[in-house]
Write a protein that binds this ligand. Structure first.
Ligand code: PFF
Length: 436
């Protein structure tokens, strides 16, 4: 077999993985989910799940990737040594295709808004503007453009494409978000927003406890990119010198920081206009935010910076999702990378266009199906790591782990006992809410 690609440096892997994690989930989904589920009360549950489930789960996915040194199908086939491994790998690759199909549509909306923000085109009648932009031929066009950007990066490969792009784009996202959060803090009438976001409302939490669990768990997995095999693929380009536990922590902390930062921009801005962000739902960014931009000095500049930032964040997540099926064609079928990129992109152009034309299906795929697929994927990962690999997984944890070494046993215990139960619970919850 030809030699596989790899990261130039561990920093490149970490930046690319933070880039994957920090995306539309943090900026588009997180603020309205948080606002719609009791503000800080949701935030607390979400953070607990990130720490208790997301972090050990992501680490398990990284362990599978680096141990297998292959994309999901090849890695799991080798590690599980049965047909079930390839079947699960195939399920993972399909998951990335499903997620990218809708992700690219939303990415297209963002690209559209970034391009027209300098003119303030949507400031006047945001609701109508979003109505025309969100589904239909415009949405198809911008979805294709967004996909084109993502595909161009993947086309150039792991180190010259993905690693290089992430090293520029992710720091840019952080700098821009900090600047936007600083600007937001200088705006009038934002106090209510900060209070809502950051004040812990124990009563709300008590009253809504089981029902915030489902969305909080779904969001925790989605935001960390856990359960789809996309992170597994990134870890497959690592060698044994990287400390997987350390990298996982850095990635999770940075991703949470970026999510909270995005909330510090979006939520106070909405409150400054007297808009309840929980009402906006998936359209919050596009419908509820424009009046804020329109009424503030320098609104077009801020709007451009804002949607530009979201665009960069979305692209660095999109490349992880596209890399997984592309690298699978390379690994399993020996298709040259450039041809593989083209083939997968043509497929996604079609599936994404379908979603851009069919609103109700889009809603189902982006809301429920994505979370469901990730939950099933993660369940399989933790069972394999905890129950099938066991000592082999410990060895992989320990390779390069340095001072995290003493945590290996408790991590494996968590993965074997806690995670399957919690993930299964969240899965049945989601399925029950689907049926009901
Ligand atoms: N973590 C990304 C976000 O929050 O926008 C979305 C995502 C990327 C989910 C990659 C799953 C994945 F495999």
């Amino acid at each position: 077999m030809s030699s596989r690609e790899s990261w130039v440096s561990n920093v490149g892997f970490v930046l690319a993985s933070i880039g994957s994690a920090a995306g539309l989930g943090n900026i588009w989904r997180f603020p309205w989910l948080t606002a719609g589920n009791g503000g800080s009360a949701f935030l607390v549950v979400y953070l607990l799940i990130v720490v208790g489930v997301g972090v050990p789960g992501l680490l398990a996915e990284f362990v599978l990737g680096r141990r297998g040194r292959q994309t999901p199908i090849g890695a799991l086939r080798a590690l599980v040594s049965s047909r079930w491994g390839s079947a699960l790998g195939t399920f993972n690759v399909l998951t990335t295709l499903v997620i990218l199909s809708f992700y690219s549509v939303v990415g297209g909306w963002i690209l559209h808004y970034a391009l027209v923000s300098p003119t303030g085109a949507y400031f006047g009648q945001p609701q109508q503007y979003f109505g025309t932009a969100s589904y239909g031929l415009q949405a198809v066009g911008f979805h294709l453009l967004f996909l084109g950007i993502v595909a161009t990066i993947v086309f150039f490969g792991v180190s010259s494409g993905i690693e290089r792009a992430s090293k520029v784009m992710l720091p840019a996202v952080v700098v821009l978000l900090v600047a936007l959060a600083g600007w937001t803090a200088t705006q009038p009438n934002t106090a209510a927003g900060y209070a809502f976001y950051l004040r812990f409302d124990a009563e709300y939490l008590a009253a809504n406890f089981p029902s915030v669990l489902g969305p909080a768990a779904g969001q925790a997995l989605f935001t960390l990119s856990v359960g789809s095999g996309a992170m597994l693929t990134y870890a497959s380009y690592l060698d044994e010198t990287a400390s997987l536990p350390r990298d996982t922590l850095v990635i999770a902390v940075s991703n949470t920081f970026i999510g909270v930062l995005a909330g510090l921009v979006v939520i106070p801005l909405l409150f400054s206009q007297g808009i309840d962000p929980g009402q906006g739902g998936p359209g919050a960014l596009f419908v509820a935010l424009p009046p804020a931009f329109a009424s503030l000095p320098g609104g077009t500049v801020v709007a451009t910076a804002f949607f530009g930032t979201v665009l960069l964040a979305a692209v660095t997540s999109g490349i992880n999702l596209l890399e997984t099926p592309v690298a699978t064609l390379v690994d399993v079928f020996d298709v040259p990378r450039r041809r593989a990129t083209l083939l997968v992109s043509v497929l996604l152009a079609a599936t994404g266009s379908g979603l851009a034309l069919a609103g109700p299906i889009f809603q189902f795929v982006s809301g429920t199906l994505a979370d469901l697929l990730l939950t099933v994927g993660l369940f399989a990962f933790v069972v394999i790591v905890g129950w099938l690999l066991g000592p082999e997984a410990l060895a992989e944890f320990r390779a390069g782990s340095g001072r995290f070494d003493p945590l290996a046993e408790s991590w494996l215990l968590t993965v074997s006992w806690v995670l399957p139960v919690v993930v299964l619970f969240s899965l049945t919850n989601t399925l029950a809410s689907l049926a009901g």
